[in-house]
Design a binder for this molecule. Sequence first.
Ligand SMILES: O=C(NCCO)c1cc(-c2ccc(F)cc2)cc(O)c1O
Ligand SMILES: [Mg+2]
Length: 215
Amino acid sequence: TRTTRPQRLLQAVSINAVRGDPDSVIKAIDHFCKHTEWAMNVGDEKGAILDLVVMETCPSTVLELGTYCGYSTVRITRLLPPATKLITVEMNPEYAHVARQVIQHAGLQDKVCVLEGESADLIPKMANMFGIQAFDFVFLDHWKDHYLPDIRLLEDCGLLAQGSVVLADNVVCPGAPDYLNYVRYNLKYSSRFYQAHLEYTRVLDGLERSEYQGD
Ligand SMILES: O=C(NCCO)c1cc(-c2ccc(F)cc2)cc(O)c1O
Ligand SMILES: [Mg+2]
């Protein structure tokens, strides 16, 4: 096929969503994925849980690993107060390019920084790049075998503080068993599981919310 799935998703947004309206961008993507073509966005069911966790955290600093087409970036950023910044990391340049356009269609480009590159390379540079101490909220949605090494790297770089909340997608499907074992049995975290389904399907999946207890 000439176009890619992210490009077809972006076209659905540009045709069906109202410029500057994040909720219409979210609805357009969910409609596209339910009726035209499945795509690996967090989706509406898990997205509603994501919304609740973001709202109860009221974060000032947010990190997302795994932007894809920017669906969860828009979901999170639409809930943040004006002064807040969200940093999202995507290693696939084509995904990053589509995500920037989706985020712009939602009118949220001034609150988001899309970083292209490997999370392991970028995490150690973030404190200096953005003048931040710790992240209040982290959303893990990138390669599932990178969840564990990256949360350890965030700890080692001092980017998690007491009360920091880490929410991980897909802990059942595709699964992140080593990550789950770490956050559930490590006293540095208080973890809980939110049962849900793989986006746009009836396959079981879920989110794991892990609160850092401090050093
Ligand atoms: O790999 C994923 N994300 C990182 C990509 O840069 C990912 C995959 C899937 C999925 C795929 C294929 C299947 F059969 C089941 C699940 C779902 C997701 O929510 C995801 O985030
Ligand atoms: Mg996911």
